[in-house]
Design a protein around this ligand. Structure first.
Ligand SMILES: [Zn+2]
Ligand SMILES: [Zn+2]
Length: 237
């Protein structure tokens, strides 16, 4: 079956178009990995990715996992899972993250929570790439997973906006998923425990730019008592 699929839809490098893999060896070798973890607020080096004490605040992210720059094959791959429905590329992005997790000092019991898309956009696209990445990571590392948040407003993609407009664009765009909807959710076979007081959370998205989106999500979670909230993104835009 795989053979047949490969025959009908040969894999091509998302970056250079060469046949054989979604990211060929040459393009993979050109990925710009971020060697030392960064503070989510000032984006300067920070041990283990923890927010500098001077940068933090009551409702701020406590740390950031981000693995490479949003350039070359990685940018192409992120665009393809967004716009071309290629699930396999999501898996490649997850492996890129997985291979670098050791650098970060995040809470080992954190629940993975995807940054939500607006329901209209999700329906149009068919999926939310942050969910795919989050679910796959949760399975691999046996973390709990829950889509606790919803996006209330249809917002423009942050990458299309200048940095001064990004905060405004996502202000109050997120809230907790209503409890009735949440009761049907499954967390590794168990019903969702909706009480997030004192829980550690790892927010998952594909690209981290100014941090405005994750910062808004973080606020929502911390206001209801979440303990440490970290961000995880494949690429820094
Ligand atoms: Zn290539
Ligand atoms: Zn800092």
């Amino acid at each position: 079956m795989n053979f047949l699929l490969d025959f009908l839809f040969p894999k091509r490098c998302v970056s250079c178009g060469n046949l054989g893999a979604y990211i060929c060896k040459k393009c993979f070798s050109e990925i710009e990995f971020i060697k030392k973890p960064l503070c989510p607020i000032c984006q300067r080096q920070a041990i283990g990715g923890r927010t500098h004490p001077g940068c933090g605040g009551r409702y701020q992210l406590d740390g950031l996992i981000v693995v490479c720059r949003y350039r070359g094959a990685i940018a192409k791959a992120v665009q393809k899972i967004k716009y071309k429905w290629v699930y396999d590329i999501g898996k490649i992005l997850v492996s890129v993250v997985a291979g670098n997790l050791w650098k970060f000092d995040f809470p080992p019991d954190a629940t993975l929570v995807p940054v939500p898309l607006h329901i209209k956009r999700k329906r149009w696209r068919g999926f939310n790439q942050a969910e795919l990445i989050g679910q796959d990571l949760a399975r691999r590392f046996k973390h709990p997973y829950s889509d606790l948040l919803v996006r209330n407003r249809y917002t423009r993609p942050q990458v299309e906006l200048k940095s001064d407009k990004r905060k405004e664009n996502v202000r109050s765009a997120f809230s907790l998923r209503p409890i009735r909807q949440a009761q049907g959710e499954q967390v590794h076979g168990k019903p969702l425990n909706f009480d997030i007081r004192d829980k550690n959370i790892l927010l998952v998205d594909d690209v981290y730019t100014s941090g405005a989106t994750m910062s808004e999500c973080c606020k929502v979670l911390k206001r209801v008592g979440a303990k440490d909230v970290w961000g995880l993104a494949v690429a820094l835009g």
